[in-house]
Design a protein around this ligand. Structure first.
Ligand code: GLC
Length: 750
């Protein structure tokens, strides 16, 4: 049967379902069947996929299957073992979202999405609760590793690539958390106060791109309020903006136990209540029976839910095997982890390691206890994580085994002291750095050729990070870097620092101690192998920063407002530990000045800027051509990139637009509006890249109208190697223009 015949058949089936469903069945579909998580609300039905985040009601008499929803952004999170079988159900831990964005490679991210989608399908999952795509507003946000970038354009296009990859396998996605959920502290009782322009240009823009580019099957509304209204209860957000303005056709679900008033959620167009609780069904039925809620509203919610169900593998009775090709998926994870590694510093050709016979001393707990990804619902139950030293050994590169033994026994002893996890998702405390005195380091330096030193950082859902001992290095870490640098450099030997982190940290206090700095982020289960591929030059690093590294935390524009203020005498929701929430408010008083928009426009130097990344080779940028007479309107931009070095490599090329300053709307110095990555260019090889710009790419949001407008004046199209490195530019005059009017602003109460 061809696609359109199938769609016609499905439509008939769906309308038939709608005609026959009674009120109890409609409400049964709207409210999830619970979550399979130890110690939390048990699911009401038999569990089909252990560890599932939720399931939906089966109505066998109508042929409506139950469908399965499971986390998360870095791979499928389900239980690795099940009662009654020796089979295992490990999943591939892909690189975290921030690393995927660091590749700036839409095709590669789509490939990750494809294998992720295959894996979910083979495990019987219908919707994966991914990608996470909230903006990196502040480096301390606990879930930044689950999100892509500080820039909405990069975030939106990487998310769209992930959605396309996953959904091409027939599995649905849920872009999250919609919207302005950029911190963890008191998230379910937090009111985000934010201007309409900042919402539209920064916090909504990435979601808008993902919806228009990829039509995700679902959207997950955020826990927080926006200007006083819960996201899951905001008609303007979910109907006016998401559906009317952007043309979203799928279903909206709450975040888990999110929001407060199920009737308001139904009216707002938040179709699904996840993971679902029996009391919600009772509330909705009573509301319809009392006239407080019209059943026609529920019919709309149910129709959107049924459209998701009828497109699911479960509806099409896909015979899933529970045996995805994990070996093949691991290879793709390793390729992506290498592609997203960012070379921040490389003095005197320290990297790649000159020969495989080099004697390597691996310092830092992080070199042995490698972090694949963050904690919380964004974690993955993987079969293994390859550490740096395991990756080096797999590549037959010898490391100092005496030093290895010291670290490994130290780590074992320290781990034995850790308390039991208080709850499922708890972030374990970091293992303190092992101290080595100068004498010991001198002995190690005498018998090795180079020092590799790993700094690790972990974070996760339910809590934000701290400045001291987290964003800033711990005393013992700083001391180790300084001592190793002093001793090894004293012998004319080099020091490489590796950052196995999921969020931005402070670098200025120690980066002069390193001859090279490589940022592999949290690279998933194959992290150590991928990192080794880059260290030995098997892969030439081509990653670039998707988020700025400020010189100090105080330079961050949201430093003062983060993570918000508890409201005196506000409500408290006692759930114990980090789960307890107090009513809180956070004001995004930096408005649109987030990340590089702030640092560039206010001329605040960063440690490393957005879009920055080095290579083992070099590239020239030439022949910029801007062609404005396109029949479909817009601008066509061509630029030629040549590999001018002696190693094959790829270059990420960024197109920024600098709008005229001094107009009605204040503008950042430049904003990212297009990007592309070259293929692997051999030495001297060139490639011409083409970018297409539309009016929307030159527009800013005028709240007063409200509309997207182009202000008249001189614009500059800038072809850059980073947000601070303009290689070519062309100026052009633009007439003032209203590009698109939008529904009334979100800042107005419902
Ligand atoms: C959470 C998270 C969300 C996740 C869901 C299911 O609280 O905010 O990202 O998908 O619950 O685990």
């Amino acid at each position: 049967m061809n696609k359109s015949d199938q769609e016609t058949k499905d439509e008939i089936v769906l309308q038939n379902w709608l005609a026959q469903l009674n009120l109890e069945q409609k409400v049964g579909l709207i409210v999830g069947r619970g979550m399979d998580i130890p110690g939390l609300l048990e699911t009401e039905d038999e569990i089909r996929v252990a560890g599932q985040a939720a399931s939906t009601l089966e109505i066998p008499e109508l042929g409506i299957p139950s469908i399965i929803l499971a986390d998360g952004p870095a791979g499928l999170r389900i239980a690795p073992k099940r009662v009654g079988t020796d089979a295992t159900f490990y999943c591939t831990a892909f690189p975290v979202a921030t690393l995927l964005a660091s590749t700036w490679d839409k095709e590669l991210v789509k490939e990750i999405g494809a294998v992720y989608g295959k894996e979910a399908k083979e495990y019987g999952v219908d919707i994966v609760l991914a990608p996470g795509m909230n903006i990196h507003r502040n480096p301390l946000a606990g879930r930044n590793f689950e999100y892509y970038s500080e820039d909405p354009y990069l975030s939106g296009h990487i998310a769209a690539a992930m959605v396309k990859g996953i959904q091409a396998q027939g599995v649905g996605t849920s872009i999250k958390h919609f919207v302005a959920n950029n911190s963890e502290t008191n998230r379910s009782m937090l009111d985000t106060v934010v201007s309409e322009r900042a919402l539209r240009e920064i916090y909504l823009r990435g979601f808008e791109i993902a919806v228009k580019e990829a039509q995700p099957r679902t959207v997950m509304s955020a826990y927080n309020k926006i200007n006083g209204t819960y996201a899951s209860e905001s008609y303007y957000l979910l109907e006016n903006i998401l559906r009317l303005d952007w043309g979203f056709k799928g279903a909206v679900m709450t975040d888990w136990f999110g929001g407060k008033d199920p009737i308001a959620q139904m009216i707002a167009g938040n179709d699904w209540l996840m993971p679902g609780e029996p009391k919600l069904r009772k509330q909705l039925i009573e509301a319809v029976e009392s006239g407080a809620l019209q059943e026609e509203i529920l019919d709309q919610n149910v129709e959107r839910i049924l459209r998701v169900i009828i497109s699911s593998p479960s509806y099409h009775k896909y015979p899933y095997s529970n045996q995805p090709d994990l070996k093949q998926h691991a290879l793709v994870a390793r390729k992506a982890a290498a592609e997203g590694a960012i070379l921040l510093k490389n003095e005197k050709g320290t990297l790649p390691l000159s020969n495989s016979k080099m004697r390597i001393a691996a310092f830092g707990v992080g070199s042995y206890d490698f972090i694949a990804g963050g904690t919380g619902s964004g974690d993955v139950n993987k079969a293994y994580t390859i550490s740096l030293v395991e990756g080096l050994n797999n590549a037959s590169i010898a490391i100092d085994t005496d030093l290895q033994e010291s670290y490994e026994s130290y780590i074992t002893n320290e781990k034995a002291k850790l308390p039991e996890k208080a709850f499922f998702f708890e972030l374990p405390p970091p293992i303190p750095e092992m101290t080595l005195d100068l004498i010991a380091i001198q002995a190690i330096a005498a018998k090795n050729d180079i020092a590799l030193l790993t700094i690790g950082r972990n974070s996760g859902e339910f809590q934000d990070r701290q400045v001291e001992d987290d964003f800033n290095l711990r005393t013992a870490e700083l001391a180790l870097i300084q001592s190793v640098s002093e001793v090894f450099r004293g012998l004319g030997k080099r020091v490489v620092v590796l950052l196995n982190i999921g969020n931005v940290i402070e670098l200025m206090s120690w980066r002069d101690c390193a001859d090279a700095i490589l940022l592999p982020w949290q690279g998933g289960q194959e992290a150590g192998n991928a990192l080794t591929d880059v260290l030995i030059g098997k892969v030439n690093p081509s990653g670039k920063l998707p988020t700025s590294f400020p010189q100090r935390y105080a330079d961050v524009p949201s430093a003062k407002s983060f993570p918000g203020k508890v409201i005196p005498d506000g409500e408290t929701h006692e759930l114990g530990g980090v789960m307890t929430s107090h009513e809180m408010e956070i004001t995004f008083d930096e408005d649109i000045w987030v990340g590089y928009r702030h640092y560039l426009s206010k001329a605040i130097p960063t440690a490393y800027p957005f879009g920055f990344g080095l290579s083992y080779t070099s590239f020239s940028y030439q022949d910029l051509i801007v062609d404005s007479d396109q029949k479909e309107g817009g601008l066509k931009v061509n630029v030629t990139i040549q590999n001018t070095g002696d190693k094959a490599g790829k270059e990420v090329v960024q197109l920024y637009i600098a709008a005229p300053l001094g107009g009605k709307l204040e503008k950042p110095l430049r904003e990212l509006k297009a990007f592309a990555k070259t293929k692997l260019l051999q030495p001297q090889e060139s490639e011409t890249l083409t970018f297409l710009l539309q009016d929307m790419d030159l527009a800013s949001f005028d709240t007063q109208q409200p509309a997207w407008i182009i202000e008249g004046g001189q614009y500059s199209i800038q072809i850059c190697a980073s947000s601070q490195d303009v290689r070519l530019e062309k100026k052009l005059m633009e007439e003032a223009k209203v590009v698109e009017r939008v529904p009334k602003a979100l800042t107005q109460k419902m």
